[in-house]
Design a protein around this ligand. Structure first.
Ligand code: DON
Length: 311
């Protein structure tokens, strides 16, 4: 039987599916292989119940939606003082792939590529010439952390990872630029590799919704009952997502949708109502900021219709 919520989600999707604006990301060749019409929507409530419609079971790569997770893992491992010494918490007002650093040459925040590559580097030992074997070990820990947030084991899209690695000149440049600033203590190639692998983990909108509900719930996964991260880490990550999660579209997003969120060029958006629920949306056509165009419209409707705006 279809519940009121399911019926409402179907209604929203019917309203937004005419939005065919934007284009699928093509700067990573493997990402062009997706169905541009793909559209999924999931909500995970604080009791762990999931409502999902459309292509909610379709796997896509998490891409930049990984950034809050790796930031949370770095905060958990290193603590606030050490992490804050390396990565700022100020919006950059620039595109995700700009080398936006502050006067201490720290990346301005962990939601842009520079900050995310640095966050990945913090998970690696502070030595040069780290081989792929050690990156394998750390990537397994990262995957285990993401999987605990999602409540199921996530896996790598090897083709996307290789495609990103082969065409990742921009990210390689960012890693080496940070290295030249003296802010990466680890090996820049290993940090880049770890970042590209985390971006290539596959998720569904159900996964994003559960990850969101885990953060909404002070770090306790509502489906498994496991405390995956500390409440103060969840609070910090949600704060930074609110101001920096949608890049240079962040101000427009916060005023119109009013929720902490993170987008990825795979077409996913994770949005969170603290204390209440997680939202996962998937639609791969992107706007000029690299955010899912239909996903943004969907979140606007959800926020307005259900009164989710935090302010
Ligand atoms: O760094 C990159 O190019 C990608 N792997 C991730 C970028 C991304 O998802 C930006 N988000 N909208």
């Amino acid at each position: 039987m279809i519940s009121h919520v399911d019926g409402y989600l179907e209604h929203i999707m019917a309203v937004c599916c005419d939005n065919r604006s934007g284009a699928v990301a093509d700067y990573i060749p493997e990402l062009t292989r997706v169905d541009p019409e793909g559209y999924g929507l999931s909500l995970c409530m604080h009791d762990g119940h999931i409502y999902s419609r459309g292509d909610a079971g379709t796997k896509f790569t998490i891409q930049s939606v990984s950034k809050p997770l790796t930031y949370a893992f770095a905060l958990t491992r290193l603590g606030f003082a050490e992490t804050d010494d390396k990565i700022g918490v100020e919006p950059s007002g620039e595109a995700f792939n700009q080398v936006s650093v502050d006067d201490r040459r720290r990346p301005k925040n962990p939601m842009i590529n520079a900050g995310a590559i640095l966050a990945a580097s913090l998970l690696l030992p502070p030595v040069r010439d780290i081989g792929p074997g050690l990156v394998d070990t750390v990537f397994e820990e990262v995957t285990a952390f993401y999987s605990a947030c999602a409540g199921r084991r996530l896996s790598l899209d090897v083709d996307v990872w290789h495609s990103e690695a082969a065409t990742g000149a921009r990210n390689r440049a960012i890693a080496y630029m940070l290295d030249s600033f003296g802010v990466i203590d680890s090996d820049p190639e290993a940090a880049l590799d770890l970042y590209l692998r985390q971006c290539s983990l596959q998720v569904t909108t159900d996964d994003l919704a559960v990850i969101g509900a885990t953060f909404a719930n002070g770090g306790a996964n509502p489906r498994t009952g496991r405390q995956v991260l500390a409440p103060e880490v969840a609070q910090r990550v949600l704060s930074v997502m609110t101001t920096c999660g949608m890049y240079d579209g962040a101000g427009d997003w916060v005023t119109s949708v009013g929720l902490p969120a993170k987008s990825g060029v795979g077409g996913g958006i994770l949005a969170i109502l603290p204390g209440q629920l997680g939202i996962g949306v998937y639609s791969p056509r992107l706007d000029q900021h690299g955010n899912s165009a239909r996903g943004i419209e969907t979140c606007r409707h959800l926020s307005t219709d259900l009164g989710l705006h935090m302010f």
